[in-house]
Design a protein around this ligand. Structure first.
Ligand code: GSH
Length: 240
């Protein structure tokens, strides 16, 4: 088995071929983008192995697979390589027909893509605010902006009157946005969810999902990792 919990860095031997009947995920344990792919792999029960990458000291063989140098990356037994988190998730949903996560209806599918675009305007705040805080800067304007964006996401959900963003059961869009909500307390940004009652209820429902439960880390582990990250020396193996 090629799975590596401990991350592989420069100078490590390239992993062997992906076993038949399996797909491989190149990941970093705490990466929210790779978390999207991990959620989809678990939700759909896809047999996979995982290779974690040292993102501060990437192996050359990893850069050959994804010239962007980013995780997540998927690899098939045929050596096909797929990267960029939403693309990896759509690929898995298309190839593995069991428990479809994207709606078949083109309009509904388009709605999910639009929501993902809306959410992609929120993710930068998860990095900008903690960084500005660390630099001793005033973050009140950034926090106000983030609150407005989360309120607008809350209104979208309220208008839908459904339990999740794609209906009354979890679909792809919920998994696409979940990883940042799982980390919101760790980033010290929970107060930015003030006035978002529907979003808070959604978060509680998400916490009951088996794929969410299977892929999350205890908060002490997140805290420990982000401390090393903030110090500029991320310990990707933290807690192992
Ligand atoms: N647009 C990419 C996606 O959606 O997959 C973003 C992925 C990403 O930023 N991953 C981070 C990474 O690989 C880890 S959370 N960083 C390595 C680097 O920036 O060199």
């Amino acid at each position: 088995m090629a799975s590596s919990e401990k991350c592989l860095g420069k100078g490590s031997s390239p992993p062997g071929p992906v076993p038949k009947g399996c797909v491989r995920l190149y990941s970093m344990r705490f990466c929210p983008f790779a978390h999207r792919t991990r959620l989809v792999l678990h939700a759909k029960g896809i047999k996979h192995d995982t290779i974690n990458i040292n993102l501060k000291d990437k192996p050359d063989w990893f850069l050959e697979k994804n010239p962007f140098g980013l995780v997540p990356v998927l690899e098939t037994p045929e050596g096909q390589v797929i990267y960029e988190s939403p693309i990896t998730c759509d690929y898995l949903d298309e190839v593995y027909a069991e428990k479809k996560l994207l709606p078949a209806d083109p309009f509904e599918k388009a709605q999910q893509k639009i929501l993902l675009e809306q959410f992609s305007k929120v993710t930068p705040y998860f990095y900008k605010i903690p960084m500005a805080r660390q630099n001793g800067e005033d973050t009140s304007k950034l926090e106000e902006e983030m609150k407005e964006k989360l309120k607008s996401l809350n209104e979208t959900l309220a208008r839908k009157k459904t339990k999740f963003f794609g209906g009354d059961s979890i679909t792809m869009i919920d998994y696409m946005i979940w990883p940042w909500f799982e980390r919101i307390e760790i980033y010290g940004l929970e107060h930015c969810m003030g006035g978002t009652a529907e979003l808070k209820k959604w978060k509680e429902r998400m916490l009951e999902d088996p794929a969410v439960k299977a892929t999350m880390f205890p908060s002490e582990v997140y805290k420990g990792f982000y401390k090393t990250y903030a110090e500029g020396k991320p310990d990707y193996d933290y807690g192992l």
